[in-house]
Design a protein around this ligand. Structure first.
Ligand code: AP5
Length: 217
């Protein structure tokens, strides 16, 4: 199975992009490309990129476009991206979207963009309850999808941790940055006729069913 296109999940922090994009990528047999996960790995490795990204991420800002694009282009050059891919949290600015258009055109891929719509109150509730596995990145939520044993990942027994940028001050900044810099992308893609909306305020399984109808592998 393949997608033969770039699936792009847009939406504010906590909207459920990570939760749903992993499922779709698995269903379609294509890579799940989360720029947030890539930066968190760089921070954990304490690489040169990670040392630049860490303070920006911790205060809720965006990593500069040139660094993001370099990382994404390198990732798209790997063989597993030949049948399409799912972007989670990318692009996030108009320059990133414009540069991505050129990359996709050169590869003969078209974008399919899905905007996750959720109320601000629900976003804050979800982020405050989020815990992640420190080993495989599996996402849990103490309100909605708790692990079987508190603090431990069901899949690999890894320790569950909270993200450094899920502190209330950083969340406020991330939501503001989203409104200012990322929300304009919905209009950008609407004008190109490639945008669909999904009610991502619904329970996880309901959102998955809506996405399954929108995305044909
Ligand atoms: P990134 O990791 O992309 O974070 P984000 O976009 O802020 O999104 P989140 O991961 O917070 O939320 P999500 O929508 O994936 O929700 P999730 O599925 O986890 O980026 C982090 C940082 O990296 C950025 O702030 C920036 O600094 C940097 N960065 C990354 N990409 C960049 C780029 N392109 N340019 C520049 N900088 C970049 O779900 C949230 C919680 O809700 C979970 O607990 C989950 O279990 C729960 N949940 C999910 N769905 C539901 C549901 N339907 N009902 C109830 N609970 C649900």
């Amino acid at each position: 199975m393949a997608l033969n296109r770039a699936l792009i999940f847009l939406g504010p922090p906590g909207a459920g992009k990570g939760t749903q994009s992993k499922k779709i990528a698995q269903r379609c047999g294509v890579p799940h490309l989360s720029t947030g996960d890539m930066f968190r790995e760089a921070v954990a490795r304490d690489s040169a990129l990670g040392r630049i990204a860490r303070p920006i991420m911790e205060r809720g800002g965006l990593v500069p476009d040139d660094l993001v694009m370099k990382m994404v282009e390198e990732r798209l050059g790997r063989p597993d991206c030949s049948g399409g891919f799912v972007f989670d949290g990318f692009p996030r600015t108009l320059p990133q979207a414009e540069m991505l258009d050129k990359i996709l055109e050169a590869r003969g891929f078209r974008p399919q963009v899905i905007d996750f719509c959720v109320s601000p109150e629900e976003l804050v509730r979800r982020i405050s309850g989020r815990w992640m596995c420190s080993v495989d990145g599996e996402i849990y939520n103490i309100h909605e999808a708790p692990p079987k044993v508190a603090g431990i990942c069901d899949r690999d027994g890894g320790k569950l941790v909270q993200r450094a940028d899920d502190r209330p001050e950083a969340v406020k900044e991330r939501l503001e940055v989203y409104e200012r810099q990322t929300k304009p992308l919905t209009e950008y893609y609407r004008q190109r006729g490639v945008l669909s909306l999904v009610d991502a305020g619904a329970p996880v399984e309901e959102v998955s069913r809506a996405l399954d109808k929108l995305v044909n592998c």
